[in-house]
Design a protein around this ligand. Structure first.
Ligand SMILES: NC(=O)c1ccc[n+]([C@@H]2O[C@H](COP(=O)([O-])OP(=O)(O)OC[C@H]3O[C@@H](n4cnc5c(N)ncnc54)[C@H](O)[C@@H]3O)[C@@H](O)[C@H]2O)c1
Length: 317
C-alpha cells in the first residue's frame, strides 16, 4: 500500500467525524491499514459502518485524546497518525472556551507525546482560522491572528507540533484546510454553513445569513481535502505547513443564492458570535501543488450538487 511515497499503517483521531471519515475512506482506497480513535462526542459511529468489511479497516476505539492513556494503548503496528480530533465549533468555543481547549491543546499534546514515544510520523490537521482576514490569498507565511478561542487553540496545537519537531525531531506536517463541505457534515449550528443552507432549502425554510452575508470563504469539497491530508504524509512534506484551498472566494450571501437556486428564501439574522467572525478567507495552495502535486478538483457547484443529493437521500421529511 502506498500513500504519497510510502506504505501507511494509520491511526486517525477524529476518524468518525466529517473530514476524518473521508480521510479513512481515502486511506483504505490507497491500501493503508486504518484504526480510528474518536470519543464520538460530535459524531456517531454510523459513518464508519461501511468500512467494516474492508480488510485494511481495524476498527474504532472509543476514547478521548485528552486522556493521556488513550493513544498509548492503541499504537501497535501504527506508523502514521492523522490527527483530526478536535472541538471545532467556533460558537461553542466562545460559549465554553475551556472545553474546546482541553481537546485541541491537551489532546494534541497527548498525540504528540504518543508520536514521540513511538517515533511515529504525524499529520496534524489545523485550519485557516489561525490566519487573520485575507487581503489577498493567504499563503502559509500570512500573519496568524486568531479571533476565537477555537482558532487560538488550533494555533497553539500547531505551535506545539513545531516545538516537538525542533526539540525531538518529530516528523510532523501541519495541514491547513480552508472551509470544507460535503457529505457527512453536520447541518446544525455546530456544523458547516453549506450543510445548514442545504438543509434549510430542502425543508423549505428560509436560509439564515449571520450578519451581512458579505463575509467570504474558500470552500473545498471534502474529498479534495481528504486527498490533500493523506498526501501530506509524504516524507517530502515533513516539517512543512501546507494550505489546502481552492483560491476561489465566495461570499456567504452568494453561497445562499447558489444553494436556494434563486428562490430568494433568504433572510439576515443577528450574528451569534460576530466578534469572532472573519471578513475574508481565500487561500493560496501553491505549496500543496508543488510539494504534494495537489489541487482542489471539485468546482463549488458540483460539490454542492453532490452534497445536496447526499442529504436528500438521508433526510427524513
Ligand atoms: N470542517 C472544516 O471546514 C474544517 C476546516 C479546516 C480544518 N478543520 C479541522 O479538521 C478536523 C476535523 O474537523 P471536522 O469538520 O471533521 O469536525 P468533526 O466535529 O466532524 O470531527 C471531529 C471529530 O473529533 C471527535 N472528537 C472531538 N473531541 C474529541 C476528543 N477529545 N477525543 C477524541 N475524539 C474527539 C468528534 O467526535 C468528531 O468525530 C478538525 O481538527 C478541524 O479543526 C475543519
Amino acid at each position: 500500500m502506498v500513500t504519497g511515497d510510502r506504505s501507511v499503517n494509520a491511526l486517525v483521531t477524529g476518524g468518525a467525524g466529517f473530514i476524518g471519515r473521508h480521510v479513512v475512506s481515502r486511506l483504505l482506497n490507497d491500501g493503508a491499514t486504518v484504526r480510528v480513535v474518536d470519543d464520538l462526542s460530535r459524531a456517531s459511529a454510523d459513518g464508519l459502518q461501511e468500512f467494516s468489511g474492508c480488510p485494511g479497516y481495524l476498527g474504532l476505539i472509543q476514547g478521548d485524546v485528552a486522556n493521556r492513556t488513550t493513544l498509548g494503548d492503541n499504537l501497535a503496528g501504527v506508523d502514521t497518525i492523522f490527527h483530526l480530533a478536535a472541538s471545532v465549533a467556533v460558537g461553542t468555543s466562545v460559549s465554553a472556551p475551556a472545553e474546546g481547549a482541553r481537546t485541541n491543546v491537551l489532546g494534541t499534546l497527548n498525540v504528540l507525546e504518543a508520536a514521540r514515544g513511538a517515533d511515529l510520523r504525524i499529520v496534524l490537521v489545523s485550519t485557516c482560522h489561525v490566519y487573520g482576514s485575507a487581503e489577498k490569498p493567504l499563503d502559509e507565511k500570512a500573519t496568524t491572528r486568531p479571533v476565537s478561542p477555537y482558532a487560538a487553540s488550533k494555533l497553539a496545537a500547531d505551535d506545539l507540533a513545531i516545538g516537538y519537531e525542533h526539540a525531538f525531531q518529530l516528523r510532523q506536517t501541519i495541514v491547513r484546510p480552508f472551509n470544507v463541505y460535503g457529505p457527512w457534515q453536520r447541518d446544525d449550528l455546530e456544523g458547516g454553513v453549506v450543510a445548514r443552507f442545504i438543509r434549510s432549502a430542502l425543508i423549505q425554510q428560509p436560509i439564515e445569513l449571520h450578519g451581512t452575508g458579505l463575509q467570504t470563504r474558500d470552500f473545498i469539497f471534502v474529498e479534495d481535502a481528504a486527498h490533500g491530508i493523506v498526501a501530506a504524509a509524504a516524507d517530502r512534506a515533513i516539517a512543512q505547513t501546507i494550505n489546502l484551498a481552492t483560491g476561489v472566494e465566495t461570499s456567504i450571501e452568494d453561497l445562499a443564492h447558489i444553494v436556494d437556486g434563486g428562490t430568494g428564501n433568504v433572510r439576515h439574522v443577528a450574528h451569534p458570535h460576530g466578534r469572532s467572525e472573519v471578513e475574508r478567507y481565500v487561500g493560496d495552495a501553491s505549496v500543496a501543488a508543488e510539494l504534494l502535486d495537489w489541487s482542489a478538483k471539485t468546482p463549488l457547484s458540483d460539490g454542492i450538487d453532490r452534497t445536496r443529493q447526499w442529504f436528500e437521500e438521508r433526510m427524513v421529511f
